[in-house]
Write a protein that binds this ligand. Structure first.
Ligand code: FAD
Ligand code: NAP
Ligand code: SF4
Length: 676
């Protein structure tokens, strides 16, 4: 198929001299956990093949360790280890011989999570589990040799290349930065000495694999670390790596310890691509950029600006394996867009669970969660067009059922229509756009502004009734809860009731945090532009001081409201938020001077404000508004009516269980049920 005119850059092949990459989109490396399961080979093969069929030009695997001290994950150090990999490369090349598959070699160094971990100096990372062993010459030589052996075995296993990760706080980058390298031998001290390990690894790998094998080096182009790499060092390293024969340099914007969000949903799309663009001007090899590039139009813009030669999309390939194909066929409105939530991908990785995706529960479950066509179509009613109802309805219709989807509201989306109004959550609009299009594609009979009751359902005689009626906000039993000062989060978010200058938020779960974010932001809600994001997180894209952040002042615009976030538990406020994003929300609110109070026992609300005991001491919060964010209860009125009339119905999403409900669980449960 010819490339559509709107993507002249995206679909242009890239000639590397000895081989060609068929288009400019690659799936970036992600550790999914599939590498470590018993049937890793077939599951990884199915996962990759689905992305190959979806049109991607190149795949970079999750990180594979070159030896045992490099990490706890899968190791490629012997011919026996290579057997699984040969199965993967064979499956990928059979699916499309033009797609390249490149294995990432990951040596985690001080972040390896094993007591055997090694590093240039015995300095424990803030997020590392162990103090690493400081290597002597012999051990350093062993690591370099193991990189080379791993690359040779990857080539023998049928990979088209290897990517060496030299960023993020892993071993190679630990040599580069003074903070983690305090040696005074030939591997530390001066910049030339600190970059010696990186250069030596590339040299030895190239010498081992020969010329005609893709060698990618991933560099920390801006590591977001106070005292991190200076611009001159980044440039000097990139040039040295190029001189040693790297075919492609991939730019990474990450050091796991850094206090700057680089992929979370509040990061503007393609925010970091400009750094790749600056580096690209000084190099001859093609360059990859990444981070929050989640739609083909964004990728095309980056390429057209000359900021990169290739676009890495990692999480967007979890959300929609067919992203590239859909762009090629002009079906962008059918793309299930990655919303940058990290809830089912990175949060899973960091808690030892297999990766998946909030908006695509099939991701990494390609061998077990499938949606085959049915032989006998049923008439199905789905009540509630929130995430659970939408996921169920679209999958059931895709399978061939005749689905009628009801919602009392005048738009689909349920609570996502509240979430999308929170600053930094604008990507939720994309999920609603995707489902709206799926409703059209699969011919679902959508009935909005229709509050369903039991009599209606009974009269219509559906074969199956699915109740995705969601939740009701919980109203705590506190004296004065009906006082005009007390309003629900729904009224606050929709602006149906005014929010005063002094505010107490009762409940510090996900919604309490979101409400605090909304009411403390200045001006109209909307995705941050890149300069505002940079100012808020203290990034200087122009002058690129060390790490991009050293000595940069953070400037936050606020609404000027005086906000206090309260919870009853004595645990630290915000502890229940996502593993990889919770800290960004806490920091964002702290910068807006939001006070966080735990151990609160609410007593009553009156004209003076909110009376409470805080850790046993009486306290009056003199506020104008109290926003109730005290969790939710299942909405089961319709279910109870149906039961009383003897009509069978299945509950899903919040209607099934409101406790600890989130969209990830709602969509997963609905998808599994619709597949059954
Ligand atoms: P709902 O989304 O509540 O949808 C239920 C639907 O049923 C509604 O549209 C309602 O109108 C309809 N309905 C009810 N009764 C009837 C009836 N009798 N007839 C017709 N229609 C009916 N989750 C995350 O995972 N990540 C987040 O970042 C996140 N952020 C959030 C931010 C905010 C501000 C809020 C409010 C929620 C957030 N959530 C988030 C939670 C997430 O939105 C919910 O878990 C999810 O929407 C639950 O889906 P559901 O389909 O079960 O219910
Ligand atoms: P939640 O996370 O369960 O938080 C509810 C809060 O209310 C808690 O702070 C709870 O803690 C408090 N509470 C519970 N019962 C109370 C009572 N009777 N009186 C006073 N306070 C009470 O629920 P939520 O904030 O409503 O969010 C709903 C779901 O949406 C969550 O499960 C969440 O996962 C999801 N969500 C996720 C995100 C995200 O970014 N991932 C964002 C928004 C929402 P105490 O009892 O200690 O006060
Ligand atoms: Fe993207 Fe969220 Fe899916 Fe991760 S879980 S791939 S961040 S949509």
């Amino acid at each position: 198929m010819n490339a559509p005119a709107k993507y002249p850059h995206l679909f242009a092949p890239l000639d590397l001299g000895f081989t060609t990459i068929k288009n400019r989109v690659l799936m970036g490396s992600m550790h999914t956990g599939l590498e470590d399961v018993a049937d890793a080979g077939p599951r990884l093969a199915a996962y990759f093949v689905e992305r190959v069929r979806g049109g991607v030009g190149m795949i970079i695997t999750g990180g594979i360790c070159p030896n045992r001290e490099a990490g706890r994950g899968a190791v490629l150090a012997t011919p026996e280890d290579a057997v699984m990999h040969a199965g993967i490369t064979k499956a990928v090349h059979e699916a499309d011989p033009d797609v390249k598959i490149v294995m990432q070699i990951l040596h985690s160094g001080p972040l390896a999570g094993t007591p055997e971990c090694v590093a240039p100096s015995a300095i424990k990372s803030r997020i590392g589990a162990f103090v690493p062993r400081e290597m002597d010459e012999e051990l350093i030589e062993k690591q370099i040799a193991d990189f080379a052996t791993c690359a040779r075995l990857a080539k023998e296993a049928g990979y088209d290349g290897v990517e060496i990760i030299g960023s993020a706080g892993y071993l190679i980058s630990a040599f580069l930065v003074e903070k983690t390298n305090q040696r005074n031998d030939r591997w530390g001290g001066s910049w030339e000495n600190r970059m010696r390990f990186a250069v030596e690894v590339v040299r030895r790998v190239r010498a081992t694999v020969g010329r005609e094998f893709i060698l990618i080096f991933r560099i920390s182009a801006m590591d977001m670390l106070e005292g991190g790499l200076a611009w001159e060092e980044v440039l000097s390293l990139a040039k040295a790596i190029e001189a040693e024969g790297a075919d492609i340099i991939s730019t990474h914007f990450c050091w796991h310890e850094a206090f700057v969000p680089t992929i979370a949903t509040m990061v503007p799309r393609a925010a970091f691509a400009q750094v790749t663009g600056r580096l690209r001007k000084h190099l001859r090899v093609p360059m990859i950029t990444s981070n929050r590039i989640n739609m083909p139009s964004v990728a095309e813009e980056v390429l057209a600006r000359g900021d990169a030669d290739l676009i890495s999309m990692a999480r967007p390939m979890l959300a929609d394996p067919d992203l590239v194909k859909k762009a090629l066929e002009g079906r962008e409105d059918e793309i299930n867009t990655c919303i940058g939530c990290n809830q089912a991908c990175l949060d899973h990785t960091f808690t030892g669970q297999i990766t998946s995706c909030l908006v695509n529960a099939r991701a990494c479950r390609e061998t077990e969660l499938n949606f085959p066509k049915v032989t006998k179509a049923e008439r199905i009613a789905v009540v509630g067009a929130g995430p659970a109802g939408l996921a169920y309805a679209t999958i059931a219709a895709e399978r061939g059922h005749k689905v009628t989807l009801f919602d009392a509201a005048d738009e689909i989306g349920g609570q996502f229509n509240l979430a999308k109004r929170i600053p930094g959550k604008e990507e939720f609009y994309e999920t609603l756009r995707y489902f709206a299009r799926m409703i059209e594609v699969h011919g679902i009979d959508l009935r909005l502004r229709t509050r369903v009751d039991a009599a209606m359902l009974k009269a219509a005689g559906f074969d199956r009734v699915i109740l995705a009626t969601g939740i009701e906000p919980r109203t705590p039993e506190i004296e004065g809860i009906t006082h005009p000062k007390a309003i629900s989060y729904i009224d606050a978010i929709l602006g149906r009731k005014p929010v005063g200058k002094r505010v107490a938020i009762m409940g510090a779960g996900g919604i309490g945090f979101d409400v605090a974010e909304l009411i403390t932001h200045a001006g109209p809600s909307g995705a941050l532009d890149i300069p505002t994001f940079a100012a808020e997180w203290g990034i200087d894209f122009t002058n690129h001081p060390r790490g991009g952040v050293t000595g940069v002042e953070k400037r936050v615009q606020t609404s000027g409201r005086d906000v206090t976030l309260l919870q009853r538990r004595t645990t630290s406020v915000g502890k229940s938020l996502g593993r990889t994003t919770g800290w960004t929300h806490r920091l964002s609110l702290q910068r807006r001077d939001v006070k966080m109070v735990n151990g609160v026992d609410y007593l009553r609300i009156d004209d003076a404000g909110l009376h409470a005991l805080v850790n046993g001491e009486p306290m009056l919060f003199e506020v104008d508004t109290i926003i109730i964010c005290a969790g939710q209860e299942p909405s089961r009125v319709l279910h109870d009516e149906l039961v009383s009339q003897g009509v069978a119905a299945t509950l899903i999403g919040g209607a099934f269980e409101a406790m600890e409900l989130d969209a990830k669980r709602a969509i997963k449960q609905a998808s599994e049920l619709a597949a059954a």
